[in-house]
Design a protein around this ligand. Structure first.
Ligand code: AMP
Ligand code: GLY
Length: 424
């Protein structure tokens, strides 16, 4: 096959990892990224179009002759990027807006799970006419789980044993959004399964676990993710099979029943209780960040071939092989992240060599990085970069990732020092 031109949309560590995989493919001639970051610039041609400027992305895709567009974040998908590209016959990895709504609205996701008979926590939908105390009583005895029904970038969920706090968050969410979800608390351990799917089939990638809280021991505020590892031993073969039977297969059937099938990756956030019967905590319509950074390197097959197959309903004909390795990543976050990250500080210690997943000493994925007017590498976001490594064991991959992190300097930055602790 002719080598292809690919456009990656987004600017985080996930998109840098996607660029790494695509640049390593013998089937790809050029990788472009918009808007990208200082890391994607090593591997791809960066452009200045914002990820949510749909017409701008379409025009860019046409002007560079993109034969595949890979959407990193959810916002452009929820806004209809895949729909627009489809009208112009440009294959897109990422679902159309009607299906991306699974992430855009938690209530919609609940309704889909009910229709598809997929296990998830019981819930109430509350609005200004609801009896809040009756609903709070219904789930009393466990922490209350309150979820806003909007794309809230990880800030839309409160899990609390404090009834007044739960009530206050319910009330403020009803004022801002009109309605809110109150969910039954699910006990257990969390894991994420990334499922690449299209109208012809699906491929489950090795399950991973991320660390959402800012500080060691899973304390502090929720973040986008402070580190992750893959595979997650909590997802045994038995639990993986149960997840496929009770969650992945019914969701695949549901998501591929319409005119346009789901073409992209479904992020299944799982809660695994002692019984071993998994429930869904959340769905996302994209790769997790930083889960992507440690899942892609475990794919031995060509990643372009996988993403392109999913964008063109070719998965059923594809055999995907995985590496029998472990991978871990630790995020370096700016001072003040997640509440008010300090930006614009110099980053020292990074080489300008284009990273590869094969490096024995691990690799760095840039996230919030850029260059100042003198070309000096600076921080531009809350999660600045992540250091990752593979290894024969989880412990080895974690140790290498931390050795790499120790070589990088960013004033005031912080990171978790216990990545993988549940599994180690
Ligand atoms: P979400 O944005 O829906 O993934 O929720 C954020 C986090 O809140 C999850 O990663 C869980 O740690 C926690 N959470 C969400 N729903 C529940 C639930 N029903 N029971 C227990 N914890 C939950
Ligand atoms: N790391 C969690 C997420 O990407 O949603």
């Amino acid at each position: 096959m002719d080598r292809k031109v690919v456009l990656v949309v987004g600017s985080g560590g996930r998109e840098h990892a996607l660029c790494m995989s695509l640049a390593a493919s013998s089937l790809v001639s050029q990788v472009h990224c918009t808007p990208g970051n200082a890391g994607t610039a090593f591997l791809a041609t960066n452009h200045s179009v914002s990820a949510t400027d749909l017409q701008g992305v379409l025009d860019l895709a046409k002007s560079i002759g993109a034969e595949l567009v890979v959407a990193g974040p959810e916002a452009p998908l929820c806004a209809g990027l895949a729909d627009l590209l489809s009208e112009h016959s440009i294959p897109c990895f990422g679902p159309v807006a009607a299906l991306a709504h699974l992430e855009g609205s938690k209530l919609h996701a609940k309704e889909v799970m009910r229709a598809a008979n997929v296990p998830t926590a019981a819930f109430h939908v509350l609005d200004s006419d609801s009896d809040l105390d009756a609903a709070l009583d219904d789930f009393a005895g466990d922490p209350w789980v309150v979820k806003r029904d909007v794309l809230a970038g990880g800030k839309g969920v409160v899990v609390t044993e404090d009834r007044d706090e739960a009530r206050a968050f319910i009330q403020s969410s009803i004022v801002s959004d009109g309605r809110v979800l109150l969910e039954a608390f699910l006990p257990g351990e969390e894991a994420s399964m990334l499922v690449v799917m299209d109208g012809s089939g699906f491929v489950c990638l090795p399950a991973s676990q991320d660390h959402k809280r800012a500080f060691d021991g899973d304390t502090g505020p929720n973040t986008g993710g402070m580190g992750a590892y893959c595979p997650a031993p909590v997802v045994t073969d038995d639990i993986r099979n149960r997840t496929i039977e009770t969650i992945v297969k019914p969701m695949h059937t549901y998501l591929c029943a319409g005119e346009q099938p789901y073409r992209g990756v479904l992020y299944v956030g799982l809660m695994i209780p002692e019984s071993g019967n998994p429930s869904v905590v959340e769905f996302n319509v994209r790769f997790g960040d930083p889960e992507c950074q440690i899942t892609l390197p475990l794919i031995e097959s060509d990643v372009f071939e996988l993403l392109n197959a999913a964008a063109t309903d070719g998965l059923n004909d594809l055999e995907v092989r995985f590496r029998n390795l472990h991978a871990a990543t630790v995020v370096l976050a700016a001072e003040g992240y997640p509440h008010s990250p300090v930006k614009g500080r110099k980053i020292r210690g990074l080489t300008s060599i284009a990273p590869t997943f094969e490096s024995e000493n691990g690799w760095v994925n840039h996230a919030g990085t850029g260059r100042d007017s003198n070309g000096v590498l600076i921080s531009t976001g809350g999660r600045v970069l992540s250091c990752s490594a593979t290894g024969q064991t989880l412990a080895e991959s974690v140790a290498t990732a931390y050795e790499l992190l120790a070589t990088i300097e960013l004033e005031g930055s912080h990171h978790r020092s216990d990545i993988g602790f549940r599994a180690l």
